[in-house]
Write a protein of this length. Structure first.
Length: 70
């Protein structure tokens, strides 16, 4: 495995950036589901939910798996 270092502005949240990167690489087929969830530190449900467009009807029909209060 290779190492990549990215300097992020202070207002960026590391977790959100990793989730975005993992989701894109998973959608492109560059990462397996296991690799993507390991990189992002989330469950498969959270990864798939995050890759859905905000206007995707499916996203409106399901609860955000990261919302632990429901």
């Amino acid at each position: 495995m290779k190492t990549l270092t990215i300097n992020l502005p202070e207002d960026f949240e590391k977790e959100k950036v990793l989730l975005s990167i993992a989701g894109q690489l998973y959608q492109q087929g560059a990462l397996s589901p296991r690799q993507a969830t390991d990189l992002a530190g989330v469950t498969m449900n959270e990864l798939v939910y995050s890759t859905l467009a905000d206007d995707d009807p499916l996203k409106a029909m399901i609860r955000n798996p990261a919302d632990k209060n429901l």
